[in-house]
Design a protein around this ligand. Structure first.
Ligand SMILES: Cc1cc2nc3c(=O)[nH]c(=O)nc-3n(C[C@H](O)[C@H](O)[C@H](O)COP(=O)(O)OP(=O)(O)OC[C@H]3O[C@@H](n4cnc5c(N)ncnc54)[C@H](O)[C@@H]3O)c2cc1C
Length: 293
């Protein structure tokens, strides 16, 4: 299903994001987890593209498996770091031939160890350029882009960041998926500014269920998402108990999603870190059923 068809009044667009595992065991575990999530019939499952363009073929391969094994539309993430413009076109041609429905068009983060973003020579510098390439030359794809309720870490300020987001939508994006966040107030303030800027496509919040405290501190540190003090305290109080941390994460995500749903978000994009258990628990607590919520 193309992104432009997913978000309709009266229904909730559920999407799930996974990443390519590095080992055969990781692959086997991932397919088991996807099978469990498939029962919720997500509108699509997306697969990330490794930092620095490191998972080129794995992303396409996993997207093909999602479609062929579960008949769930696949969205491939793709970044400007995928190569020169010539190479980006070749990859997009392959993705089109593989039946991938949508592309999440991103600039990409530099590979581990490299500070600062460096564009590929003969390549693209910003995601809006990738959106334009896809929109102009590969109109079969729906296009998703990233948005930052708490401002992208390299943006000089929130207004510039919003202008950049608008540029991606003007170039042809069909929906915006946010960076993970835990502070709904920041999302709501961002949505007000987004609406005031007249950005006309669905704004879908990105939710990451917390699996454990150490991991979420690392992740929020990298993407600079705010971890609310009250949530940190709840996690800190159970820092020697993995199961309790997991439960705090699920309970928090249920509260967070309920508030977002009450505020009329068009969908939720779950960053599940290749694990189904927390997402399943959250969707059950929300009484999620595929068509309508
Ligand atoms: C939903 C989602 C999925 C993601 N999936 C992946 C993935 O699969 N692989 C991966 O490597 N990373 C992924 N990322 C991370 C993403 O690549 C990084 O956040 C990256 O640093 C920025 O990507 P972008 O597409 O938002 O870039 P852009 O929109 O290009 O923005 C990058 C920075 O440049 C600024 N900017 C944009 N355009 C201009 C311009 N014309 N002039 C000046 N400044 C400008 C922006 O404000 C921002 O600070 C994902 C992020 C999200 C939210």
């Amino acid at each position: 299903m193309q992104l432009s068809e997913i978000y309709r009044p009266g229904s909730l667009g559920l999407s799930i994001e996974i990443f390519p595992p590095k080992t055969a065991e990781g692959d086997a575990a991932l397919w088991e987890n996807i099978e469990r999530l498939a029962q919720f019939r997500p509108a699509f499952i997306s697969c990330t593209y490794g930092a620095g363009g490191s998972t080129r073929d794995r992303t396409t391969e996993l997207c093909c498996g999602i479609k062929s094994r579960f008949n769930i539309p696949a969205t491939a993430h793709f970044t400007c770091l995928g190569g020169t413009v010539y190479e980006l076109r070749r990859w997009l041609e392959q993705a089109r031939a593989s039946g991938i429905a949508n592309i999440m068009a991103l600039r990409g983060d530099p590979p581990a160890g490299q500070t600062g973003f460096r564009a590929v020579a003969g390549g693209l510098t910003y995601a809006n350029e990738l959106v334009k390439l896809i929109h102009d030359e590969f109109p079969e794809f729906g296009i998703g882009v990233a948005g930052y309720p708490e401002v992208h870490q390299e943006a000089p300020n929130a207004d510039t960041d919003l202008d950049n987001l608008k540029r991606k939508v003007d170039a042809g994006a069909d929906a915006v998926f946010t960076q993970l966040f835990f502070e709904n107030a920041n999302f709501f303030a961002f949505r007000e500014r987004y609406d005031a800027a007249g950005i006309p496509v669905p704004l879908v919040p990105g939710i990451m269920p917390i699996l454990n405290f150490a991991q979420i501190k690392r992740i929020t540190g990298m993407c600079r998402a705010v971890l609310p003090e009250a949530l940190s305290e709840r996690l800190e109080a159970v820092q020697d108990d993995k199961e309790a941390q997991f439960q705090v994460g699920v309970d928090f995500a249920v509260e967070q999603c309920r508030e977002l749903l009450d505020a009329g978000v068009p969908g939720i994009h779950f960053y599940v870190l290749n694990r189904s258990q927390a997402c399943e628990a959250i969707l059950r607590a929300l009484d999620y059923s595929p068509a309508v919520i």
